[in-house]
Design a protein around this ligand. Structure first.
Ligand code: HEM
Length: 509
């Protein structure tokens, strides 16, 4: 009976000895003391970026946090962010895939979950030169303007409805609809929701697939962080396979519809699904990669937009001085006889600063996406062994009193006084990350967030719900990789432009 225990014990002893050797060989960054096996998993508070920022105050700007037996390094100042995202960019450009993201991405055949290598370089080039080129951004602008004006129309209808007089609206409902319709039109060339707000069958299937993906992702046991325990928690292979097949089926149907439409019209449209088809040969793209890329855009480009605008609106309601100043600029430049368009942004400097300040105070992905080391590197004088995960706490950096005056204050004027880039060139402000893995949708994101804020401010005055003071708005965050407001924002909208300007400008592209 005891005989088989001997080799098993030997393996465990050797494994622990190897782990100890690795820990002792390297001069790792300081951090909270890890427990055996689970590391710091039970010490981490749900809103991780705040917890890591607190630990950085105690242990310094680069810390070690053990998720089970995996080392995670978190950097929290702009100098170290530069070391991670510029100096050692290439060695820190891999991704950690857990069993769920590995299944979803077919082991990194997409962009988000791909390691840095020839496949990544190829699809990244495709994103830069084709999907997110300035030309395509411009040709897809009518979709953005259609969706933003549809939002205005829907808010106008709801807030002027006699039953709703003085009642507050759930801001997330309206900004979420723009994000959803925009991204499905951009990626799939489909608006699943009709003008009455009813979702079609494909849309319901699309939503169900998204919800199921989240459920499967969340079902991973803690053992995910302790590889040698995984055998006790086998993955629900069948559920993952079913999910993948369902996602592929819907995507193939949509792709086929586009193929038929191209054959009929003889030309390709600008949506990503058409672009990917047209470029399939040139870039040697497998079907897994095309499907993976389409779903990457949905994953990365939907919540981020809605989150940024909801937080921006919360700040504008808490700070009526800023709201009024932005409205004065809109009135002066645009007036009361037309609506704002993206072409106006360059003559609306304060509006641009409002959007930037919202993204500084509330980056929707406050820890970016973790990068994984493909070699041993040194950050801030400490060793970061190969295969560690590295996070940049962009929220902490954007709130660092060493680089920002009154960092917690919502004061867009700071960017009139000093123009700080937010697309990865200035390491004090990194809502989109920086370096090789910087967000490819940054300009698109900025345009849509700015446009939504512009319309919300030009068309309506925003105040807290009756009986609530602005300072009572709950500004705490929901836990998660992306940071929604813990209490969804409620606000009263009062129209400020003539009724005929609150109409959707629908386009059929
Ligand atoms: C306010 C809006 C947005 C913010 C704040 C944002 C932020 C980010 C951040 C922080 C990353 C991770 C960078 C890193 O790992 O170093 C990222 C990656 C990514 N984003 Fe965005 N994003 C936004 C909108 C979008 C949109 C609209 C799209 C596409 C339609 C998009 C597509 C992507 C993709 C594909 C990646 C993965 C890049 C890679 O791994 O190489 N994002 N984004």
């Amino acid at each position: 009976m005891a005989l088989p225990l001997i080799p098993i014990s030997l393996v465990i002893i050797l494994f622990i000895a190897y782990k100890l050797y690795r820990r002792l060989r390297f001069k790792l960054p300081p951090g909270p003391r890890p427990w055996p096996i689970v590391g710091n998993l039970y010490n981490i508070k749900p809103v991780r970026f705040r917890c890591f920022a607190e630990w950085a105050e105690a242990y310094g700007p680069v810390i070690s946090v053990w998720f089970g037996s995996t080392l995670n390094v978190i950097v929290s100042n702009s100098e170290l962010a530069k070391e991670v995202l510029k100096v050692h960019d290439q060695q820190l450009a891999d991704r950690h895939r857990n069993r769920s993201t590995a299944r979803f991405s077919r082991d990194g055949k997409d962009l988000i979950w791909a390691d840095y290598g020839p496949h990544y370089v190829k699809v990244r080039k495709l994103c830069t030169l084709e999907l997110f080129s300035l030309k395509r951004l411009a040709s897809l602008r009518p979709i953005r303007e259609d969706e933003v004006t549809a939002m205005v129309e829907s808010i106008f209808q709801d807030c002027t409805h006699p039953d709703n007089s003085g009642k507050s609206l759930l801001v997330k409902k309206y900004v979420g609809a723009v994000s959803f319709n925009h991204i499905t039109r951009l990626a799939f060339g489909k608006r699943f929701v009709n003008s009455e707000g009813v979702m079609d069958e494909q849309g319901l299937e699309f939503k169900a697939i998204g919800a199921n993906g989240l459920k499967l992702g969340a079902s991973l046991a803690m053992a995910e962080h302790i590889p040698w325990l995984r055998w006790m928690f086998p993955l629900e292979e069948e559920a993952f396979a079913k999910h993948g097949a369902r996602r592929d089926r819907l995507t193939r149907v949509i792709m086929e519809e586009h193929t038929q439409a191209r054959l009929k019209s003889g030309g390709a449209k600008q949506h990503f699904v058409d672009a990917l088809f047209t470029l399939q040969q040139e870039y040697d793209l497998s079907e897994d990669t095309i499907i993976g890329l389409l779903w990457d855009m949905i994953t990365a480009g939907m919540d981020t937009i809605a989150i940024s605008v909801e937080w921006g609106m919360a700040e504008l309601i808490k700070n009526p001085r800023v709201q009024q100043k932005a409205q004065e600029e809109l009135d002066r430049v645009i007036g009361f006889e037309r609506i704002v368009t993206e072409a106006d942004f360059s003559i609306l400097p304060y509006l641009q600063c409002v959007a930037k300040e919202a993204l500084r105070l509330h980056p929707p992905t406050p820890l970016m996406l973790p990068h994984r080391a493909n070699a041993d590197v040194k950050i801030g004088g400490y060793d970061i062994p190969k295969e560690s995960n590295v996070h940049v706490n962009v929220w902490a950096i954007a709130h660092d009193p060493a680089v920002w005056k009154n960092p917690f204050e919502f004061r867009p004027e700071r960017f009139l006084e000093e123009d700080v880039d937010m697309k990865g060139h200035d390491f004090r402000l990194l809502p989109f990350g920086a370096g090789r893995r910087v967000c490819p949708g940054a300009q698109l994101g900025i345009n849509l967030v700015t446009s939504m804020l512009a319309h919300l401010l030009h068309h309506f005055v925003w105040t807290p719900p009756e009986g609530m003071k602005a300072e009572e708005i709950d500004m705490s965050e929901n836990p998660g990789l992306v940071t929604y407001m813990r209490t969804p924002l409620q606000a009263v909208a009062t129209p400020r432009l003539p009724s005929h300007l609150n109409k959707r400008v629908a386009v059929d592209i």
